[in-house]
Write a protein of this length. Structure first.
Length: 131
């Protein structure tokens, strides 16, 4: 007997097919959700598919890093639609020895921000600039 209070699995009503560029290859990735698809949904799918933790991902669309947007931003509001090409690579942390830094670099650049998966934002450049 079926119980009227129990519901079956929810079908994905929002589906997007993307092309992911990772290294020297491009792969298709289909994401389906019962709600509009967010940047965080994309990051979780990339983590599952490519085995790169969310916090170690660099993800961009049309040269635009997706970390500049809050993780709950909808993909379609930033222009990512079916068959969009997304670039993925590992984050590289570069440490600069201040004794070896050149005089051409100015550490006084305007602050930009990066959003983390928990929705907090952190200034970029301050931790990675030479002191």
């Amino acid at each position: 007997m079926n119980s009227p209070t129990l519901s079956g699995p929810v079908a994905a009503t929002y589906v997007i097919n993307l092309q992911i560029g990772f290294g020297d290859r491009a792969e298709g990735l289909v994401i389906g959700r019962p709600h509009p698809i967010t940047i965080y949904d994309l990051q979780v799918e990339l983590q599952q598919r490519f085995n790169i933790p969310v916090l170690e991902q660099n993800v961009s669309y049309n040269g635009m890093p997706l970390t500049q947007f809050p993780p709950d931003s909808l993909l379609d509001t930033i222009g990512i639609v079916n068959n969009s090409f997304i670039s993925l690579w590992y984050k590289n942390v570069v440490y600069v020895n201040p004794k070896q830094s050149n005089d051409y670099y100015s550490p006084r650049q305007p602050a930009s921000y990066s959003y983390y998966s928990d929705g907090t934002r952190s200034p970029l450049g301050s931790d990675m600039s030479p002191r």
